[in-house]
Design a protein around this ligand. Structure first.
Ligand code: PHE
Ligand code: ZN
Length: 877
């Protein structure tokens, strides 16, 4: 809590640790309200002969401290709110600290807490200090041994990291287990789980023929929903061996699913803890998106075992070292398991909808932040998703083989160490004997770069010049970024034209496995191409080869041609999206000028061509005919006029529904199937297109027929939810009937009920605001469950642009009150909710004022957490 201003931490203040921990023995005597933790460590000093011993600790009750077996008097140490300080310690010593904690009342879900009657821990980033006094920093690595003692009845299962080395019974119906982790690790990777969980077991045989025990622990009622997670785990293990040559290093791999979790999942060594949302699935309860999310998060946490755990971060400013790299790896995994083209587009959408706005707002930061108040606030789209894009730049520049050489050298050099993003870059550079120093600029500069391209063609000489300029908003002289641009030349029919770099461009244009690549290294640069018998059309930024905003004035005709013919599916998708965006932008201007709206002819033609294209993956069709998401549409405007944008988008949907009702209906029927649910890319693609058509049909003349029929079939959750989504914005009795049927069916299933809550929280209906108030009062609403809170308040602030931005300002007032309430319960979750306000300066007139007032109202609370304080204060600056 913030009586005085919270402290800012700076990257430049980094100091290596003064002490080394040789080993750590933790003993937990578990009780819901008074768990006793005994922490015995062997420590020696490595520098600063006179420095005191300073350990981190928060919310702990200190019982006893022994130094080399002798109990210390309270006068021999200092205890503050955040530290335990021993002014005088020998060069080498054993320290034993006993503390007590209260897991039952831990609603922050950091440290040791209870969830559904079980014990579980969350230590990243700085939660271990809520378990015991320790060096809570990632560059202090040691060997952990953990003894868990607990009542047998309520805690059949006792788990921690590493291998189980001893179990036994104790008096009074208690028992214990001792786990030993043979790998050194920082404390953020520590985990403990205890309770009455059931397990699903399987095995994996590594390529060196070792048998690994795989276990997924869940509440008994969920045993029938683990198969997909287990299959995903085995696929992850196999893929990492085949693509990265990385093999698992313990004899057992455990995953625990819990309902109360702040994030998606956590890569604790050998004992991952997962939000149950990323484990549990069966066709009746989980959608295609859920299945895909499970596969990718299971992969992500598994891949961390090498990129994060075996090689970890020196300090939290290096977070993208493990997260950017591991997201890149999980993206490649999904891409290899499903469709590369679809996955790339989904990832670009995610980046643009979430990361671009973050990077354009007051919380904007480089992928390597230079300072923070609360580290939890920096588990961001920027560090994760833009970080992954930057890793992808190395991959594009070096190719798969070069990238893998770099990875190999990275592990050879740094296994068992805590390192920096520079170490990663140097490994990539040294392994390939090239200079990558300029890549550093991607790590230290915030903001989405703009890449402006102009084309000149000299017909007389057959020479094409491309003039490229890069800029970073608000920064007049930024350090130039190394921007790889994949590209191609096309003739009027969409056929490839030859790419022949001229004299001045030979060393800047390359042939790569992903196609022609232009390497931009300065702020402004001209590239020449010769030997062209006609003026080519440009296909630029193929594969979205760099996380930039491309500014290139293509004509509608060019965009239509690219949408139908380009060799790169990202560019095809992007071209039709650009046509849609131009149409929407045009209509926003018309609306503002009081004129009627128009439905672009060129967009219509492109839409029809894609929808009816023969042999095109239905998933790509679905993505192409979908409109750009609202957050990305908002991003196109300096000042956001919510009413105008919503009207323009609404109009676009209605026009599509009306103009193409026949074709949409036909495509819908063509992709219906009676087949049993299967997690398979072809089936998923068919469902995606069918449901995109259904969504449009709901804006047409007969909005409810198909949706109600699809709901009633109850084929699988993907289709059921798509039907509800289609009905969700309509003021019809069918909507209420289906929603209450859904509630009756699924009342007992927490994850499915989250869907029921979130549907209503994002409804475009007129009483959505009122409904959200009702949801908060609903008996199944629960402030202590982050998923439930996010499914109402997170969804409302992030996805319900209509109700959240209601002209009355009531949406803002509602969220502000809820943030304040949540902050007392779980600051991390509250801080995420408050980000809905951060872009307030971008909004027009009265909305801007009202959002500002809401933020000021939050800021006025004298007892704000550091988490919320940081975001609110930076937003109001
Ligand atoms: N390290 C986790 C991941 O990326 C995310 C996480 C961070 C989970 C902090 C919990 C707390 O998979
Ligand atoms: Zn991660």
């Amino acid at each position: 809590m913030t009586q005085n201003l919270p402290k800012t931490h700076y990257l430049t203040d980094y100091q290596p640790p003064a002490f080394e921990v040789e080993s750590l023995f933790l003993t937990f005597e578990l009780l819901p309200n008074g768990t006793r933790v005994t922490n015995r460590m062997q420590v020696h000093r490595v520098k600063d002969l006179s420095a005191p011993l300073v350990l981190d600790g928060e919310g702990l009750e200190l019982i006893q401290v022994d130094l080399d077996g002798v109990a210390l008097m309270p006068t021999q140490y200092d205890v503050t709110d955040t530290q335990l300080i021993l002014p005088d310690v020998p060069e080498r010593f054993e320290l034993e600290i006993v503390t007590e904690i209260d897991p039952e009342n831990n609603t922050r879900l950091e440290g040791l807490y209870r969830t559904s009657g079980n014990y579980c821990t969350q230590c990243e980033a700085e939660g271990f200090r809520r378990i015991t006094y320790y060096f809570d920093r990632p560059d202090v690595l040691t060997y952990f041994t953990t003894k868990i003692i607990a009542d047998k009845q309520d805690n059949k299962v006792l788990l921690s990291n590493g291998n189980l080395v001893e179990v036994g019974d104790l008096p009074n119906d208690r028992h214990y287990a001792i786990w030993k982790d043979p790998y050194k690790k920082p404390c953020y990777l520590f985990a403990l789980v205890a309770g009455n969980l059931e397990e699903v077991e399987d095995t994996f045989i590594t390529r060196d023929q070792r048998q690994i025990d795989l276990r997924i622990y869940v509440e008994p009622k969920n045993l029938d929903k683990c198969e997909h997670a287990m299959e995903s785990l085995k696929r992850s293990m196999k893929w990492d061996e085949e693509r990265f040559g990385l093999v698992y290093d313990l004899d057992i791999y455990m995953i625990v699913a819990v309902d109360d979790f702040n994030m998606g999942a956590m890569e604790n060594k050998g004992l991952n803890v997962f939000n149950s949302k990323y484990v549990l699935a069966k066709p009746e309860t989980a959608t295609d998106a859920d299945y895909e999310g499970i596969e990718s998060v299971i992969g992500h946490e598994y891949f961390h075992n090498w990129t994060g755990n075996r090689v970890t971060c020196r300090d939290w400013f290096q977070l993208t070292l493990k997260e950017g790299l591991t997201v890149f790896r999980d993206q490649e995994f999904t891409s290899d398991m499903l469709s590369p083209a679809v996955k790339r587009i989904e990832d670009v959408k995610r980046l643009r909808n979430n990361q671009f706005p973050e990077d354009a707002g007051p919380m904007s930061h480089p992928i390597q932040p230079q300072s923070y108040i609360e580290m939890n606030n920096f588990y961001t789209m920027t560090v994760y998703e833009k970080g992954a894009e930057v890793v992808r730049l190395y991959h594009t520049l070096l190719g798969e083989a070069g990238f893998q050489k770099g990875m190999q050298l990275y592990f050879d050099r740094f296994d068992g160490q805590a390192v920096t993003v520079e170490d990663f870059r140097n490994a990539m550079a040294d392994a390939n004997e090239i200079d990558l120093a300029q890549m550093h600029n991607w790590y230290t500069q915030a903001g989405t770069p703009t890449l402006k391209v102009e084309k000149h063609f000299d017909a007389a000489t057959g020479t094409l010049t491309l003039h490229c300029e890069q800029s970073l908003k608000g920064q007049s002289a930024h350090a130039p970024l190394l921007i790889p641009v994949l590209f191609g030349f096309l003739n009027d029919d969409g056929r490839a034209l030859p790419v022949r770099p001229g004299e001045n461009s030979r060393n800047k244009v390359f042939e790569t496995e992903k196609g022609h690549l232009l390497k931009l290294t300065t702020l402004s640069e001209t590239f020449e191409f010769t030997g062209l018998s006609q003026e080519p059309h440009l296909s630029l930024l193929r594969h979205f080869s760099a996380p930039v905003n491309l500014e290139y004035a293509a004509s509608d005709e060019e965009l239509m041609m690219l949408a139908s013919h380009d060799a790169d599916s990202f560019v095809r998708w992007e071209s039709i999206q650009t046509l849609a965006l131009k149409n929407i932008e045009d209509n926003v201007a018309r609306f503002q000028a009081g004129n009627g709206m128009v439905f672009s002819e060129h967009y219509q033609q492109a839409f029809q061509a894609v929808l009816e294209a023969k042999g095109l993956d239905p998933a790509l069709k679905a993505l192409a005919i979908g409109l750009p998401d609202l957050p990305y549409v908002f991003e196109q405007f300096e000042t956001i006029d919510v009413d105008a944008v919503l009207q323009a988008v609404e109009y676009q949907k209605a026009q599509i529904a009306q103009t193409f009702s026949g074709a949409l209906d036909k495509a819908y029927l063509a992709h219906c199937s009676k087949k049993a649910y299967c997690y398979d890319k072809h089936d998923m693609a068919a469902r995606m297109l069918k449901n995109q058509c259904l969504a449009y049909l709901a804006y047409g003349a007969e909005p409810v027929v198909r949706a109600v029929a699809q709901y009633e079939q109850q084929q699988n959750m993907t289709d059921v939810l798509a039907a509800l989504n289609a009905l969700n914005h309509l003021a019809v009795s069918e909507r209420e009937a289906c929603l209450s049927d859904f509630y009756e069916r699924w009342q007992q299933d927490t994850l499915v009920m989250d869907k029921w809550f979130s549907l209503q929280a994002r409804s475009e209906s007129e009483q959505a605001l009122q409904d959200v108030r009702g949801l908060l009062e609903h008996p199944d609403f629960n402030y202590r469950n982050p998923n439930r809170v996010r499914s109402v308040l997170g969804v409302f602030g992030r996805l319900n642009m209509k109700a959240f931005h209601d002209a009355s300002g009531e949406g803002y007032a509602l969220l502000a009150e809820e943030v304040l309430k949540m902050d007392k319960i779980n600051p991390q979750v509250a801080a995420r909710l408050v980000t809905a306000f951060t872009s307030w300066k971008r909004f027009k007139g009265h909305r801007q004022d009202k959002m500002q007032s809401a933020l000021q109202h939050i800021a006025a609370d004298k007892a704000l957490s550091k988490d919320v304080y940081e975001i609110v204060s930076k937003s109001l600056e």
